[in-house]
Design a protein around this ligand. Structure first.
Ligand SMILES: Cc1ncc(COP(=O)(O)O)c(C=O)c1O
Ligand SMILES: Nc1c(O)cccc1C(=O)C[C@H](N)C(=O)O
Length: 410
């Protein structure tokens, strides 16, 4: 394909208008929105309004007059529309790690007598760490068993309390069939908990249609809520009255402002709230979520598939050294919105790319990871990224000393 063909694709792109709503440096091709989403242009003004007007002028009155008290639920319901949940099933709260703890703990208690939490060896480490920490805290023979993705179904039996999987794998982009795996978990009476960190806003997700029980996800990736944005959690309506909150904070109380001495959980999703929510961060997140709601997820998915396919095809065509290096599934239907390539020198190669304005990720030990966020990545960006990657590989530019030193965040 020629560069002109990519420009034509951009001209015909139904999502083309969305790029203007993001503030991106002109000289950067940003292929890391799956780690930290881009800044929506409307966010700074909204944050300023919350700080200067709602906080500065209205002070504590804003909890009522500006709806601060309802933000977690209000934004939760909006995210619910992106992940196939009904109103009242999704709450914005805490971080993904903390939400995993709350939901896993609640799930284990819902399956008394069962001792196993099953997960996947390549899961994002925080998911495994949280499960391990919870098992150690609970004792009672509770154990975490992590197996290869292809072995997940074969370890499901009546000992399993909960199956906890990340829908789209952070390291490879491999995507599970949500409905099928959820059904297998239910076949043995286990609960299904999905981590949607790399799915929400990236691929179509239908939690209720799939029969999922519980889910968590990030606000700062495809939802563009900003660094450390509050996360979300989902509890299917049918479990809400029984799920015991493991962290029984006052925001989850049935009547927080009655200031009672004893804990009584709220009757609905609010029981999973803990303490005072970060209002300024919630306001920033809402801007990102609103933008996402304006874009049909089917158009996002179509563009994402097209972009990842084109990227793979171009790398194959243009960069002999990277031919056959694909670490993501080659079937786009089994892949999220990212492409991973394997190379023993992935670290310095990625540093050289970043120095030339193509921002992707390195993931240990040998992965070059490229995230495609269709709201602001164009087709011409893909052409440019592959040309620069080609230059770096052909010239051996990545071998320079400057690109060898490791930094703290990789
Ligand atoms: C699958 C997955 N879960 C969880 C997280 C992060 O959790 P937290 O936001 O609590 O750091 C990430 C990325 O950081 C992730 O990729
Ligand atoms: N949350 C992150 C952070 O605070 C620093 C650096 C990276 C992250 C990430 O989100 C990593 C990301 N979940 C990943 O898939 O690799």
């Amino acid at each position: 394909m020629t560069p002109d063909a990519f420009t034509t694709l951009d001209q015909k792109d139904p999502l083309r208008a969305f790029r203007q709503y993001f503030d991106l440096p002109a000289d950067v091709v940003y292929l890391d929105g799956n780690s930290l989403g881009a800044l929506p242009k409307a966010t700074p003004a909204r944050v300023r309004e919350v700080v200067e007007e709602e906080w500065g002028q209205q002070l504590i009155r804003s909890w009522n007059t500006r709806g601060w008290i309802d933000l977690q639920r209000r934004i939760g319901d909006k995210i619910g529309r992106i992940i196939g949940a009904e109103p009242g099933e999704t709450l914005v709260a805490d971080s993904t790690s903390v939400n995993l703890f709350k939901l896993l703990a609640g799930a284990v208690k819902l399956r008394p007598g069962r001792t196993r939490i099953i997960s996947e060896i390549g899961n994002f480490p925080t998911d495994l760490y949280i499960a391990q920490g919870l098992a150690a805290l609970l004792g009672d023979g509770i154990e975490v068993i992590a197996v290869k993705p292809e072995d997940v179904e074969s370890v499901l039996d009546e000992r399993v309390a909960v199956l906890m999987l990340t829908h789209v794998n952070y390291g490879t982009g491999a995507m599970y069939d949500m409905a099928q795996i959820t059904e297998r978990a239910h076949d043995v009476g286990a609960l299904m908990l999905w981590d949607l960190a790399h799915s929400a806003g990236a691929v179509p997700v239908e939690l209720n249609a799939a029969g999922a029980d519980l889910a968590v996800g990030c606000g700062y990736k495809y939802l563009n809520g900003g660094p450390g944005a509050p996360a979300f959690l989902y509890v299917a309506e049918r479990h809400q009255a029984q799920l015991q909150p493991a962290i029984s904070g006052w925001f989850g109380h049935a009547a927080p402002f009655a200031f009672e001495g004893d804990y009584r959980p709220a009757g609905d999703i609010m029981r999973l709230a803990v303490g005072t929510p970060p209002v300024i961060s919630l306001a920033a997140l809402e801007i990102g979520v609103d933008l996402m709601l304006d874009a049909p997820i089917s158009a996002i998915r179509d563009k994402s598939i097209r972009q990842t396919e084109l990227f793979i095809e171009l790398v194959d065509q243009e960069i002999p050294e990277l031919r056959g290096s694909l670490a993501s599934p080659s079937d786009p239907l089994r892949r999220g919105s990212q492409v991973c390539l394997r190379h023993p020198d992935a670290w310095p190669i990625m540093q050289a790319l970043i120095a030339r304005g193509v921002i992707g990720d390195f993931r240990a030990p040998d992965i070059l990871r490229f995230g495609f966020t269709p709201l602001y990545v164009g087709y011409a960006d893909i052409w440019k990224a592959v040309r620069i990657l080609r230059h770096i590989m052909v010239t051996g530019e990545w071998r320079q000393d400057a690109y060898q030193a490791k930094s703290k965040v990789t």
